[in-house]
Design a protein around this ligand. Sequence first.
Ligand code: PGA
Ligand code: ZN
Length: 424
Amino acid sequence: MTAAPIEAVDAREILDNRLEPTLRVTVETPGGIGRADVPCGRSRGDHEAHDLRDGDDRYRGRGVRHAASNVEERIAPELLGRDATEQRTIDACLVDLDGTPTKTELGGNAITGVSLAVLRAGAAATGLPLYRYVGGADAHVLPLPFFDLIEGGELAGGDLPFQEHQVVPVGADSVSEAVRMTAEVYYELGDILAAEYGEASLNVGAEGGYNPLGIDDPREAFDLELRAVETCGYEGEFALAADVAASHFYDPETETYALLGESMTRADLVGFYEELVDTYPIVSLEDPLDQHDFAGVADLTDRLDVQIVGDDLFATTPDRLRRGVDRGAANALLWKVNQVGTVTEAVEAARTATRNGYAVQVSERSGQTPDTWLADLAVGLDAGQIKTGVTRGERTEQYNRLLAIEADLGDAATFGPPGETLGR
Ligand code: PGA
Ligand code: ZN
């Protein structure tokens, strides 16, 4: 018996937080409707699924009408009558139908939208909240958030080379406490920045973190964050972390990194990280080296006793992650479903990570909407970690959803990754 036969699949062009087009896909079954908005990165890796754009006059070529018509004219006929709860079968069908390694035929954005909308329709048909549909009866772990309080790199207009300077409320006992404590630190940091760097520093970057002007040294950003933490009386309750996104200041010709006015070799940069980790309470570094440098990341993972997260390095792709596991490159996976394109492949990447002792950090994209499937998937996957920016509605809605799940779970909820990881 087909529990939730798909009766209709449609896609429309909507706008994301950057006023750029993206897709909203709707899947209808007699048991309920599933709808999902597709995120899109700015600081994209080389190995991600293809983001199909129209390339015509509209929206400077960023329209997604082709992707929408691929959903309605090429994908929908294949899915009608299939059971929306058969996620694996449907995702396999999407992969086959596309037939290319990075989903260039139908568009990674088209496929991601359908895959997520099918997931939502399956949840609706079974009457379960999304986190429970994905995580089962035992789903109960609320993720520890990494808050990008100071932005740089591709996501901001200032001179900081690292993309995200994160604070991690490792001393919090719950996600609601983590959010409250960090909000207080955020307000305090705003006061410090306004007083010392001018009000313009309160402008925020793509993920809603501050964008201070006149700073080009990540250590200064970390110092400011630690001052705000101390002023709030939270010394020792917060650790620090960074998404370096090092590919953006790497020159493959000279094999050097442009940092702090110098051309650094890989060895120089590794030395800089060793000093950073010795000086600051840093627990996690994301994409610390160029996204193709598995050997370098393996060496760094070996040298530093912190979490090393692969974002552009792995692109949430099971094959690339296995390559990393074989070489000992990184010890955590950044999990972005649209990097690979289907829920099934992304879940396989997360399972591969966990089976090999790698942590999983569920992540937003710089372009997204207030749709909150991300928060549910973080709980459903038992990831234990999330990064989803700071301010702006498309970020705060993820926190609001986590707070609702926490309330829903009541006493059953636990918080953060297991054991003493990340200095907790
Ligand atoms: P993106 O950036 O969403 O623009 O790719 C976020 C990140 O690099 O983690
Ligand atoms: Zn990243």
